[in-house]
Design a protein around this ligand. Sequence first.
Ligand code: E4P
Length: 217
Amino acid sequence: MKFFVDTADTAAIKELYETGLLDGVTTNPSLIAKSGRDFKEVIAEICAIVPGPVSAEVASLEYDGMVAEGEHLAKIASNVVIKLPLTLNGLKATKYFKDKGVKTNVTLCFSANQALLAAKAGATYISPFLGRLDDINLDGVQLIEDIRTIYDNYQYETQILAASIRSPNHVTQVALVGADVATIPPDVIKKLANHPLTNAGIDGFLKDWKATGQSIL
Ligand code: E4P
């Protein structure tokens, strides 16, 4: 499973990219607002840090506006992926970019039928929002499992990008049901490495090693 980081914080992106664990980045208008920075500047900076796919979201709700904004964003760098909302206009724009060879991420997906439409439109990625479904007591993992079945039934190439991930357990769950990618907040990515038994083991080994009085170098 590929790991994308879900943030517009370039310092956090750089730190994670240096671990070698990061395959790409997703942003959204709320994350850009939180950064307090110029949208296109941030996207250019992220694309210079991470060579993998970097999702940048359009703001227009009209087809013509989505196409104009998407074309503008695609010029920032060759690894920009145009993020479009799951509406009929967004799907029409997805088809437009597919025909032009520009990658797309169809976002705000909350049903299997929406995911089916995105695949038919030729989306590169579909983003089902796991956490936001869990927030209203619906089963986000089941949605991803259903999308996996549908895409496999018809050999759709659209990749399932599990989004709105809130915890390490979400990461395990989406990996178990076959998501192609998980986009994860930086703090959750870091938590994936943690285990109290790992920490306790390190403490114990270090104490015993010091008692030997040896050094490796
Ligand atoms: C995905 O591309 C979105 O940016 C993101 O995962 C939304 O997550 P949230 O529901 O925590 O805002």
